[in-house]
Structures are given as C-alpha cells and as structure tokens.
Design a protein around this ligand. Structure first.
Ligand code: ADP
Ligand code: ZN
Length: 517
C-alpha cells in the first residue's frame, strides 16, 4: 500500500484514517466516512482499485466535479473515465466490457439509468467498491437532499457483495443513520473525523441594510485584496450577490461572481479565474459549492444567515484548507429570519419541511450565540468538546460587555405573559412600543399597562433582548409549521415572581451589537 501511495499519488504517508478505511474496504466491509473537506476522503476509494486491479465505481453529483477528478487521475496514470448522462448506452457497455478501468465516475441519474446488463458485465470483470460521494444528499435531514440519491438502494440489490462506501464532509448523527439505512449498509465501519478546524476563526455580526454597511464590507474585503489574499462572500440571493459585486467594482476592486442564473460556461470561467488568482474576491451564492479546491482562501464572509449549520460549516470550511489561520465572519440581518418560508418551498413533505425548519433554526441560534461558537458547532455535529472556550471565536476573544437589563426584561416578559404565548415576538414588542395597529386595537392590547412603556428603545433592540432571553432560558420559542410563538419559561417565571412594578432584581445579559447601535 505504501508503495502504491508513493507511486501514483506521490505521498509518503497516509493521513489519519485513510489506511484503516482502505483496509476495511479490501476486507469487503461497507464504510461510512464523515471527514472534513480537504481531509483526503477521495484517496480512500482511489486506492483499492489500484491494489485489487478491479474497478471502483464512484457516484458523484456534479459533472464538472467529475471532469476535474478524471483529468487529475489520468495525469497520475490511473485509468479513469466518467459516464456522464450525455454519453450513449453503447459506449457505457463497451467500457464495462473492456474491464480495464480503475475508476468509473457517474452521476446518480446515470447510475440508475444503466441497464442491468451493464452491471452484470461489470461484476464479471470485477468491481472492488461502489463509492457514494457527497452521501448526505441521500438524507432528507441533510442540507442538500436529492431524490436520485435516495433511489441508489436499487444498486445494493444488484451489487450484493460489493462494499459500499458513503463519503461526506458534514453529517449529524441523524443524517449518518439515514445514509446507513438508505444504502442498506451492513455493519458498516463508521469513521467520523474531527470537525474542529482549529485554524479558522469564527465570528458573527448583525447589520442593517444600509449604504454605509456595504461601504464597510467593501473596506473589509479590500484589506484582504491588498495583501493578495483570496476571499469568498456567500450571499443568500442572486440579487444580493449582484449588488455587492457591483459595489466592489465601483470601489475599484476586481472581483468574480458565481451564481445559478449564470450560464455553465460563465460559471466555469469565473471559477477558473478565481483559482488562478486573476482576482481575489469571489461573490457567490451557494451554487459556488462542491469542487472548490483552493487551499489558500483566507476569508469567507456570509452576507445573510445561511439556511443551515451544515451549509455554513461546509461553506466556511472552504477557508484555510492549507491549515493557515483564516477567518469566517457571518453577517446577518433580522429580516433573514423571515426566510424560513422561502426555504420550506423546497420541501416535498411535512417531514422535510420540519427538517428544513429545524436546520434553519439552528443557524439562527448560532447567530444569537453569546458563548463559544466553535463549541456550539462541534456540539451540533455530535463531537464532544473538552473546553468551553476555544479562544479563537468572537465570543471567546472579545470581552463582551454585560449590562443590567432587569427592568426591560421585566417589561418584555410580563408583556409576553399577557399575550399568553399565542404570539411571536413582534406583538409584545409592538405593544411595548405603543403601536396602535389594527391587530393591537382588535385584541385590546392598547389597554395593557405596558402599552407604550418601551418607546425609547428601537424594535430591533427589543427583539435582540428577546433573543438573549431565549438564549439564556428565560423565554422559550415554539414552532408550529412556520408560525412561531414565544412564552415565558419556568426560569422566566421565577424571575417575574421576584419582580415588583418599582423593583426588579438585577439581571445581567450580554450587550449585543444591535443593543448598542
Ligand atoms: P476531501 O475529498 O476530503 O475534501 P481530497 O480527497 O480532495 O479531500 O484531498 C484534499 C487534498 O489532500 C488533496 O489535494 C489531496 O491530494 C491531498 N491528500 C490526500 N491524501 C493525502 C496524503 N496521504 N498525503 C498528502 N496529501 C494528501
Ligand atoms: Zn470560542
């Protein structure tokens, strides 16, 4: 194995887990490999065919990604081909008959279309494994569900004794179990590498849509450009991407843009220029995803809250793949959280809708967090964390001020209590700010003693306080479909019961940027 590693790949040692996984595959074991992007998962399915002289079949979601891999492998003298959906059936048959390929790549659509005669020929000439790359696409609970992936279990029935290898960079416990059962894996060898990307700094800031904010953003990016460091700005919509792209060009910073509404060739051109350092900033939507193998990206900015922590982890994880200290900032604005409905449109069932909602809520919680962000991310992916403070995220490094918000907390919680947990946070905030809207008059909330008592604070100030009260367990938020309601928790009751109209016991909470602004 060591000599093959050296001969074909030019590496003298295996990375953690690689050797063990290759050995399990050679033993005929199914394997599930959950390891960070850049940790070297591909090698796990590229080695066995070179050792066994049988073919590895690799299912991969994107044709462009396969083309890159095929090219790189051919250069190393590994016989590789991809059966893209465009190729005709007879060429697939002749490839199967020739039996001389080390690795065959195909999309799940193609794999499902191939006739059983293809597979029986392949079995005759020898298949050493079937790898499913980006295996999280199998699960409705993953962040990128694809229907064709779900149907891959059909191949299991045809390729009875072939070891199946599922590979992904991000999978929670639920998604892992889902992959195992969807691919009908038998007693799989499961490897979960560390999710801790120690060289990445994580931080979050809130912003309001304003011209000055875009100026600030441009300023921040230009610092990286001046020192010839690459960065990616992920936007949640094509419109945002275009807006930021234009603002950068206006400021004289050359940048690339990449989104799903561009033609394939324009996207490829953008990608290539970025890889070749023709410009240092890429403004993109999530369409700029799999297959970005640029090791020296120093900064990944998210402009808008992403739809899940899985996507956040994966997108921010494109930063600092060479191990050098790099930075991930997430900028969110309150209106981002109204996008749940938008994301839920992708759902085909109530179950999927719930999964999408929950993933989005976790991302939202990440935004409001006042404790260690790394710990939160690692917890989310089911990895034990020994320390409460990583020292390399905004919450660990900045000495965030706390302030006594006892009076405001009392007003807000008492007001929420009067709404009897039937409203989201907007209603009590409107009451405190003295709104005379129809909704408020209809419910006679203008008669409440708190009506108008909170006018001196902005609506966002109050909402930010609500987030902090939720994060600290004084309030609980409930979701029924996309409707949310907020109510007072037992801990909140305890606080309320020790309050009097003219006296409230001290209650210190972190001061968020929205509360300062
Ligand atoms: P993943 O699929 O996990 O994102 P890749 O398989 O693309 O990661 O590998 C990331 C990089 O690490 C590639 O450039 C690859 O050549 C390199 N790599 C993989 N295995 C080794 C190894 N044993 N020694 C040195 N470099 C390796
Ligand atoms: Zn931290």
């Amino acid at each position: 194995m060591d000599s093959i590693l050296k001969q074909y790949f030019g590496f003298s040692t295996f990375r953690p887990y690689q050797k063990e996984i290759v050995e399990k595959i050679l033993d005929g074991r199914d394997c599930l490999v959950v390891m960070a992007t850049g940790s070297g998962k591909s090698l796990c399915y590229q080695m066995p065919p070179l050792i066994t002289k049988k073919t590895a079949v690799v299912i991969s979601p994107l044709i462009s990604l396969m083309q890159d891999q095929v090219m790189a492998l051919k250069e190393r003298g590994i016989k590789t081909e991809h059966l893209s959906s465009a190729r005709n059936a007879s060429s697939a048959q002749s490839i199967a008959e020739s039996g001389q390929y080390d690795i065959l790549y195909m999309t799940p659509e193609k794999a499902l279309l191939l006739p059983s005669s293809f597979w029986s020929r392949m079995l005759k000439t020898g298949i050493c494994l079937l790898a499913v790359d980006e295996a999280h696409c199998i699960s409705e609970w993953g962040h990128n569900f694809r229907v064709e992936y779900k149907k891959l279990d059909k191949l299991r029935d045809i390729l009875l004794d072939v070891p199946f290898v599922g590979l992904t960079a991000t999978a929670t416990e639920t998604v892992r179990l889902d992959i195992i059962s969807s691919l009908k894996m038998r007693d799989p060898h499961v490897t979960v590498g560390s999710f801790d990307r120690k060289n990445l700094f994580y931080g979050v800031k809130s912003f309001n849509h304003s011209l000055s904010f875009v100026d600030e953003l441009v300023g921040e990016l230009s610092k990286y450009v001046e020192s010839a460091c690459s960065s990616i700005v992920y936007c949640t919509t094509v419109k945002d991407a275009e807006h930021i792209f234009e603002s950068l060009l206006k400021a004289g910073i050359s940048a690339g843009i990449y989104h799903g509404q561009m033609s394939n060739s324009a996207r490829e051109e953008s990608h290539r220029s970025f890889i070749r350092d023709e410009y240092y900033v890429m403004i993109a939507t999530v369409a700029f995803g799999m297959g970005i193998d640029k090791p020296d990206i120093r900064y990944v900015m998210h402009y808008g809250c992403p739809k899940s922590l899985e996507s956040y982890y994966q997108e921010s994880g494109r930063c600092g793949r060479d191990g050098v200290a790099s930075v991930c900032w997430l900028y969110y604005t309150r209106s981002d959280f109204a996008k749940a409905d938008f994301y839920c449109r992708e759902a085909n069932s109530a179950g999927q809708r719930k999964a999408i909602m929950e993933s989005f809520l976790a991302a939202q919680r990440y935004c409001f967090l006042t404790t260690c962000r790394r710990k939160f991310l690692l917890d989310y992916f089911g990895q034990k964390c020994t320390s409460d403070k990583c020292g390399n995220c905004d919450n660990c490094t900045s000495s965030k001020k706390e302030s006594d918000v006892s009076r405001e907390a009392f007003l807000l919680m008492a007001c929420i209590q009067s709404c009897r947990g039937q409203w989201g946070v907007n209603m009590p905030v409107d009451i405190l700010r003295g709104s005379q809207s129809k909704k408020i008059l209809d419910a006679q909330f203008d008669k409440l003693p708190f009506h108008g008592l909170g006018k001196e604070m902005t609506a966002n100030w109050w909402k930010s306080l609500a987030d902090q009260l939720i994060a600290n367990g004084y309030l609980v938020e409930k979701y029924a479909d996309v409707y949310r309601s907020v109510s007072v928790s037992p801990k909140g009751f305890q606080f309320l019961s020790s309050c009097k109209p003219d006296y409230q016991p001290p209650l210190y909470l972190p001061v968020t940027s929205e509360m300062m602004g």
